[in-house]
Design a protein around this ligand. Sequence first.
Ligand code: SF4
Length: 229
Amino acid sequence: MLNAAQVREQAAALTGADPETTLTWAVDTFPDKVTLTVSFGGGGVVLAHLLSRIDRTVPVLFLDTAFHFPETYAFKERFAKRYGLKVVDLKPQTDPGPLYQTDPDRCCFIRKVEPLERALVGFDAWISAVRQDQSATRSSTELVELHEVGGRPIVKVFPLAHWSRADVWRYLRENGVPYHPLLDQGYSSIGCWPCTRPTAPGEAERAGRWSGTGKTECGLHTFTVKQEA
Ligand code: SF4
């Protein structure tokens, strides 16, 4: 595991690096201790596609909340099979029922955050497709960050931090990478079906998530504590 000074040094060295370089660095730096989370609804498939060319043994974690669209489950299976990915489904310990109706934060915690927190115990580095341009809460995302979770350090790696939505689409088209079918049906960000609606042209990418509730994040990217330089 890298200490804080080493993470800062490595992050500086990666300044301006493209996603493939950043991903390769993470895989090489944390052998058997790195994982990628993918929801199969957005830019994560770019990283999954790159990872399939770099190292197919790296576990790809999928948060199976039990409330994904049927299209998501089907697409995940097709994608994993096509690219030979080692997808691991993470499931909640309990079934809280339709808690999204009354307490979506708690629902997200039980169905997403707690299962991921449990899974991350075995890893030193966690790769995700968060981008700065997705929302105000994600605008300060860096390529490499040191976080703390459950009293232990973990390096978060965001190879797409500086990419735009247009960059994601260009990569998918240029490389012939399949994408979630609902992206062609008006959805611009895809999560659980009870908490996702299509967006209108001009709306923010994540405007269809928990629409009208004020909630903007499921908690997956806020339950770890960033260690400031
Ligand atoms: S996105 Fe909605 S249904 Fe999914 S875990 Fe969160 S609150 Fe529950």
